[in-house]
Every structure is written in structure tokens, then in C-alpha cells.
Design a protein around this ligand. Sequence first.
Ligand code: PLP
Length: 372
Amino acid sequence: MILVNEPLFLGNEKAYLNQCIDTNWVSSDGPFVKKFEEMFAAYLGVKHAIAVSNGTVAIELAIAALDLQPGDEVILPAHTIISCPMGIIRRGAVPVLVDVDSETWNLDVNQVESKITPRTKAIMPVHIFGQSCDMQPILALSQKYGLYIIEDAAEAHGAEYNGQKCGSMGHIATFSFYANKIVTTGEGGMVVTNDDVIAERARSYRNLCFQPQQRFLHEELGYNFRLTNLQAALGVAQMENIEKLIAIKQEQGANYTSRLQDTPGIQLQKVEPYAKHVYWVFGLLLDDAVPFDAFDWAKQLLAKGVQTRPFFWPIHEQPVFHKMDLFKEESYPVASKLARRGLYVPSGMGLKTEDLEKVCVIVKETLSVYAA
Ligand SMILES: *Cc1c(COP(=O)(O)O)cnc(C)c1O
């Protein structure tokens, strides 16, 4: 079986973990947390990085740090993970959806302006599968209407838009270090910003809104979203190798592209000239002419020893939101199609080249009947 994801630890991970045990620093107070934050901020070229327990709470923390109020609207793509609308809803704000582009699978920037109302406070571009959204038009709307930009860069460590790193362009950005992400701490996340006030609020909310003057006196309700020193130890070791990790993903992406780009029956994610794509995962979209859907296809591939994952199920089709009377009559056809026709092939950091080659042969086998 070729697994959809296997991580890779090629540096000081073990040594730094041992250091945590040897020094008794296992909580979030340990020195690796600060080091990890400093390395991450320096890598992105931003002023503040705030380590948190995962990429999901990073989004909720970002919404809290921007001080969004109940009823404030945040525009985001329909093709994303539940974490995005969840963080908005948990703070009482309102998610407003737009469809994604049929070729890049990223937020369709042409659909954003018509969704802006007097209550709109932010836009949340999600850099899908390791490729930046088209940020220039998004930043222009931010300027024109005075909106915050919250980048969800959970899948885009090291990705760039016209030479600028994903996560460094908005007012605030979030990252995930889940085991299948480009940098991993097992579970973990980061909130980054250049704004001192936003950073201070994020740090306070992360840590129960303890006050420096009188620790156990609270003016606001915060969270415990802290990352442990053990997790940060992995993060520091991973950041020491970040360029190597990104090079591995880019080589995988190039290899998959050259082997699969002319395969009849599938479409690959379009790579835009503005993007340094870091290929978090390698997605494939079935053409309409292929008579099976992605779920059938995944079963065929699994029977031949290739594990895959479907794309995100779209936000407007989530039963949990229909129960909340959200998005019921709304339609985002591209996001709906991606959910039914798309899957991604093994893309882990630890994927061997010979396994990648096998995956390509098997993908082609399943589609050969449809070749002209
Ligand atoms: C992985 C991911 C998250 C959530 O991160 P976790 O660490 O798993 O909570 C958020 N947004 C996107 C786009 C992701 O891919």
C-alpha cells in the first residue's frame, strides 16, 4: 500500500525532544516555543509569530485578535476545511461564501466584490494545496473597503505570490503543523502578523487572558491554545530544514506534473505565473466525460494499492450549517464539482520516488479506457 501521507524527520527532531525530557521543559513555557516563533517569523519576514495548538484554533484566535464583533461578515471560499467557517462562527461573526476558480481551485477573486456589504469586515483567502491565491485584487479590495485580510496559509509554508511569502501579505495569517503539513509538530499551529496590537491580543487570548499586572484577574474570556515545548522542539528541527522540505515538495510536484499532465480524463491544478507553488498535496480532477466519480475512483485506486483522499466537501453543503440555517439555498457549482470529481494522490514528505512513479502508472491504468 502506498500511503497518502508519511512524514519525514531528517534533522534534529529526536535530539531536541530528548533535550526537553532531559531539562524537564515540557510545557509551553519551555525555550523551544520562543525559538520556534522567532524562526518562523524570521522565515516569513513578519514581526510576530504566536504558536498555538493547531491550525483550527489559529483561525479562531485570528478572528478574536482582530476583535470582530457578532454580526460582522467574513468572506471566504466555499471550497475549504470546516475550520475556516467554524472559527468565524464561534466568535459570533458571519461567514459569507464565494465560489472558487475552476482551474486554480482558489478563491475566485472576481466574485468577492459583489458579496461586500456594510457589515463586511474581512476577507479570508485560503491558499489551496500549496498555491497562493491571486492576492493583488484581494489586497485592492481590502484597501478600497477597509477590510482585514486573514490568510489561511495552513497548506502553504514557503509558498509565494510574486516573490512575497504566503502569510506575510494580510493583516494576520494562520498556519497548521498537523502531521501531513509541510512543516509538522504532530499537532500545532501559528498566527502571524506585523501589527503589535493584534499580536498582543492574540498572545493574551492564547493564554487565558492572564494579565501581566495581576495574573488571576481577568477582563476577558480567553482560551488555552498554547503549544508545548515538545511540539515546538519538533518545529525548530523542521524549520532548520525548511528549504530542504520545500525542495522535496516542489520536486514531487514537478515529477507528478510531468508524468500526469497529458493523461486523458484528468485535469491538474493550474499553476499561475505569480505563484511559487509548494505542492502541499497533488490534486487530480476527473473530466466530466469520465463515467465514475472521485469516490468510485478512490476505491479503484485503493484496490491497486494507492491510498488517496477526496477534496474538501463544500461548506455550503455541510449538514451542520443547514441546521443553523446557513447557506441553504446557495449554490457554488465549482466547489460542488471539486468535491465530487477531485482527489489527491500520495503526497507525503516521506513519499519515495519509485512509489510516486507507481502511483502515476496506476492512475493511468484506471483512466486508460477513456483514452482516445
Ligand atoms: C489543515 C488545515 C487547517 C487546520 O489545521 P489543523 O492543524 O488540522 O487544525 C486549516 N485550514 C486549512 C486550509 C488546512 O488545510
